[in-house]
Design a protein around this ligand. Sequence first.
Ligand code: HSC
Length: 697
Amino acid sequence: MTDVVTYTRHDEIAVLRIANPPVNALSQAVRQGLSDAMDRAESEDGVKAVLIVGDGRAFIAGADIKEFGKPPMEPNLPDLCTRIEASPLLVVASMHGVSLGGGLEVALGCHYRVAQPSARVGLPEVHLGILPGAGGTQRLPRLTGAEKAVEAITTGRHIKAPEALELGIIDKIEEGDPETVGLAYARDLLASNAARRPVSEMPNPQGIDWDATHAALLKKGRGQLSPATAMRAVQAASELPFDEGIKRERELFMDLMNTDQRKGLIHAFFNERAVSNLPELKGVAPRALQSIGVIGGGTMGAGIATACLLSGLNVVMIEMSDDAAEAAKGRIGGNLAGALKRGKINQEKHDNLLSIALEVSQNYDSLKDVDLVIEAVFEEMDVKKQVFAKLDAACKPGCVLASNTSYLDVNEIAASTTRPADVIGLHFFSPAHVMKLLEVVVADQTAPDVVATGFALGKMLGKVAVRAGVCDGFIGNRILSTYRAVAGHMVLDGASPFQIDDALTDFGFAMGPFAVADLAGLDIGWATRKRKAATRHPDERVPTYIDRLCEQGHYGQKTGEGYYIYEKGKRGGTPNPKILELIKDEQQTLGITPRDFSDAEIVRRYMCAMVNEAAEVVGEGIARRPLDVDMTLLFGYGFPRYWGGPMKWADIQGLDAVLADIERYGQEDAWFWQPAPLLKQLVAEGRTFDDLNKEAA
Ligand code: HSC
């Protein structure tokens, strides 16, 4: 027996308790412990039933993800589930907290399942790029039917106990200590002479239209393989005897295990958690946070206020006039109505948030008691400085003064106050109550506990907070401007914006760069180009064909015309033929003979530009670790999660191959394609970005 599984006798019942904190993952020691304990229960006189329970906060959260990619160790999980199910004893699972992945599969290997009312179950393996590989795809559909199993397995969603009961996944809900509840249930079953009930012996579920479902899943997954592959395993449950179905599940599981997508998704899983673990913040307590000031009630300010309200913080919003205050209240009200509609809050909470937790004022004195204030006014340094001078005068000592600037110099903003140590950048992404990313921008003099407070706020709001240093655009927007630029270069050289958007959505991006530009408003890029024109390097290639469209008052989605034409009532747009004409004119003016691009070349150039700039950002310390870049792009820029982020993508391609391509592109445009020193160094040393992540851990 191992330490992580204990065995105790309660008359006729042997209790197997798993204690492998924090979430009872099924490590080799746990699997061995369960297997040994089953042997012991079966060999001891008088044992008639086995009860499996978990210690701490969960029954079992699944296979131990840290073991993936390492040589397999016996006993393997599918065999363990089969072994439990084949026991001549009556086997019961008493589930609390979460029973996920292999955890639910162990429970499905038991003959009966009782759960706490608050318990949740699920098979979330597809989010890790794999499928339930310990019989889940074969046993679950025998209980729920194929359609419900496909839905549960391909979404990986957590199912609450009442629904799990309705679906037949569990047999009973009972509140109380899980061991006490499980023992009582096992005793009842023994008293009523209940038979062993192996799910594998239940009839095959009826089939559904497998091919149509497979096609729909591929489309919905935007290139992600695991949901559609998992569906094929459920199909096997419907069409094959149990043992053959298990074999098919194993084959499909191994296929997925060997994919880059599995590596990318597991990288995302661990680093989504690691990103907020900053060595410099160990032992640094954040300042108290109860009430938040928000300056400016536009889309961004209203989104920030909504996020704070929904997380239980009081909000004081400052606006400049009665009309602006009313409009701000309206925006927040609209956001909260959305939360009400989606069932995130009830009517009473909605009303209280608007009438009690929110105060909209035109007077900075109303901020005197707030703990942290976030400025979300017009993106202009002078305007920001004026606001910070007022905040400096109005806010109490120790109040954190934050700017939501997306690219301005936070050091300069901080220097305009008498308390630069209290000043920080908190860069939200629009809509701020929806988007998960928060860049915590640390200026030269920002105090450590102010940084810790930025991360604490991120956690309270359910955001993925990433530490960034000060530079134009911080981590995300700085990298964005580089890969956006290479898309422009490819248009000048012959790829159409529509081909580029399609190639990148096929790669897995939520949207291509030109559709994004339409959404953001073409006037924004136009203004930036005008502002930067005077200081632009002579070798920098900047397409200006789109300015002709802006001059005619077409700014993208908001005016109905941009790269695409948008018809009222229709989702998405259709390519605007004018664009190709404008591009042709510019190519002629510049003397460019357009050439063909393959989709693969488009993706490669786009990704190489992204990785090269990201390596600069890490090399300069703007991002501390490559994983900070990966999480920024995943949670703020629609980067496909199954690639893990641009740095993980580069590691998977091989950094030497990425560098070689950058150097080759540099033969055409030496100004743009300058290999980042960090990239060159890693290639010379034979190391990867992930090595840097590990060294920083
Ligand atoms: C699986 O089960 C595969 C099987 O179907 C088949 C295998 C067959 C193999 C066949 C071979 C022939 N493992 O999230 P938190 C850590 S795949 C290891 O902050 P919360 C986590 O990293 C698995 N570690 O807490 C963190 O560590 P840190 C399917 C795991 O309360 C700590 O626990 N299961 C782990 O917000 C706390 O986590 C899943 O996908 C695991 N399985 O959420 C479930 N799970 O403190 C994944 C967690 O060092 N887990 N950790 O940072 C979750 O969804 C969430 O962690 C919970 C807890 C909801 C469990």
